[in-house]
Design a protein around this ligand. Structure first.
Ligand code: NAP
Length: 245
């Protein structure tokens, strides 16, 4: 077992999976949260364990307070504490604002914003008793800039940025840092509905002329969790190739 422990929500695939891999390879016990993709989570656990890493998987819908509590309690029971929480789990949907139904609105806010509250609210009580902790929220550049046809997504992600700044001010004296990463376009399943033509057009808008990778986000999260970032709290860092500055 390692000295440090991290919970990564939505770590069965995409960005969360890369964060789990990077943390596991850098001395953390990792709890890999998933909701629907059990096979992917089991495969990730098997692979990391074979590589000598320490990890567990835990099924929880972060939008459900009791399930989020179960996730955090599981981590503390298994590893004795929680040093880092990465609130990564999220969904997206592309739809005209006028077509977004009340239940689609509620589901977006429940998963992408209330999910951050649910996990953080449960983790903070343990972090307070240690007077130590790092919380990293994954927002989006659209939470800064707003995306047409993603009003509910942009609103939830903007909420995550406000949540980060406010909580950082409240918890600073307790030794808990709270930061946010707002990625630009990262090639994961979330981008699978875009055609090659759409992607080419998007890329032309990115000064660095590249899409981000899950590893770009994961390395930034590892840095923010580490002592190298001990003077950083309440910040929102956007890894987006310069698309939003
Ligand atoms: P992804 O490949 O679709 O993965 C999403 C992950 O979230 C999956 O592991 C999924 O788990 C999990 N998840 C979804 N709903 C959940 C719930 N209710 N409870 C627990 N886990 C849940 O997406 P991604 O691109 O890696 O996105 C990860 C985060 O980055 C999201 O917050 C997203 O908004 C943000 N982001 C992505 C991009 C991008 O371009 N890809 C850009 C900016 C921000 P299951 O499959 O097990 O349900």
């Amino acid at each position: 077992m390692n000295d440090k422990t991290a919970v990564i929500t939505g770590a069965s695939k995409g960005i969360g999976k890369a964060i789990a891999e990077v943390f596991a390879h850098n001395g953390y016990n990792v709890v890999i949260n998933y909701n629907k993709s059990e096979n992917d989570a089991v495969l990730l656990k098997d692979t990391l364990t074979k590589q000598g890493c320490v990890c567990e998987i835990f099924k929880a819908d972060v939008g459900n307070y009791e399930e989020a509590k179960g996730l955090i309690d599981f981590c503390v029971k298994k590893y004795g504490k929680i040093d880092t929480l990465v609130n990564n789990a999220g969904i997206s949907q592309i739809k005209l604002f006028t077509d977004i139904t009340p239940s689609e609105w509620d589901n977006m806010i429940k998963t992408n914003l209330s999910g951050v509250y649910n996990c953080t609210h449960n983790a903070v009580k343990y972090m307070l008793s240690e007077k130590n902790g790092s919380i990293i929220n994954i927002s989006s550049m659209w939470g800064i800039d707003g995306a047409s046809c993603e009003v509910h997504y942009s609103a939830a992600k903007a909420g995550v940025i406000g949540f980060t700044k406010a909580l950082a001010k409240e918890l600073g004296l307790s030794g808990i840092r709270v930061n946010c990463i707002s990625p630009g376009v990262i090639m994961t399943d979330m981008m699978k509905d875009f055609t090659d033509e759409d992607l080419e057009l998007i890329k032309q808008d990115i000064p660095l002329n590249r899409f981000g990778t899950p590893e770009d986000v994961a390395e930034l999260a590892l840095f923010l969790a580490s002592d190298k970032a001990k003077n950083i709290t309440g910040q929102n860092i956007s890894t987006n190739g310069g698309q939003v500055v």
